[in-house]
Design a protein around this ligand. Sequence first.
Ligand SMILES: Nc1ncnc2c1ncn2[C@@H]1O[C@H](COP(=O)(O)OP(=O)(O)OP(=O)(O)O)[C@@H](O)[C@H]1O
Ligand SMILES: [Mg+2]
Length: 242
Amino acid sequence: MIKVKDLTKRFGSFTAVDDLSFFIPKGQVFGLLGENGAGKTTTLRMMATMLQPSSGFIQIHGVNAIDFPEDARAHIGILFGGETGLYDRLTARENILYFARLNGMELKMANERVERLAMQLEMTEYLDRRAGNFSKGMKQKVALARSIVHDPEIMLFDEPTAGLDVSAIRLVHAFIRELKAEGKTIVFSSHTMTEVMALCDAIGIIDRGKLIEFGSLHDLEKRAPGMSLEEFFLHRISEDRR
Ligand SMILES: Nc1ncnc2c1ncn2[C@@H]1O[C@H](COP(=O)(O)OP(=O)(O)OP(=O)(O)O)[C@@H](O)[C@H]1O
Ligand SMILES: [Mg+2]
């Protein structure tokens, strides 16, 4: 369960995230759509307790994440786009295990988890190779496994499928569905309408820091009969800027 209320982030006089409020029940997948610079990553970073909000309230799995960031953090798995931050000299397995141990997992349990995640994400072939020479997609899958090895309740994924090939994208989608089936609450950002439509219980459109739409795909379809999500997205953004 995630509750966000009146969340705002200012950088100097610039407002990157502007008074965001939403609620995501346990076991639901929430997709954040927005153009470049809309405020998706900044929102996710605040929810991940990596960035202090200027104002507002965040509750993560029942924990007040503003006042008790470390407690909240224990329930969160975080994957951020761009640099995966893997250690080049460690193997995929070692990278994931290292993070598991940092999160206080017992070795036997961590080993079992790594094996399972490697199967789910089809990484067994290169699990014991050093990560330094991995392709972007291979690194992304290792980073994804690492981010949730400690089995958190809440998962925050910033553009989890950016730069992946078609089969890897399908695999990550199937993986997100499995996590949802396990009752995990997942928030991810994306630029891909089909991805958001295929995976999300709730969709948010963020523009210039403001959440200008929030609802199920069905809700959004009712608001704009006959429009595709892409048409609706572009229409709402141009409306918002008028
Ligand atoms: N540390 C920072 N200092 C100043 N401005 C920042 C900082 N971080 C983000 N911003 C600004 O906040 C705005 C939102 O950025 P953010 O990274 O959240 O966008 P985004 O929706 O994730 O975009 P993209 O789709 O390109 O990843 C941008 O204008 C960005 O320049
Ligand atoms: Mg971003």
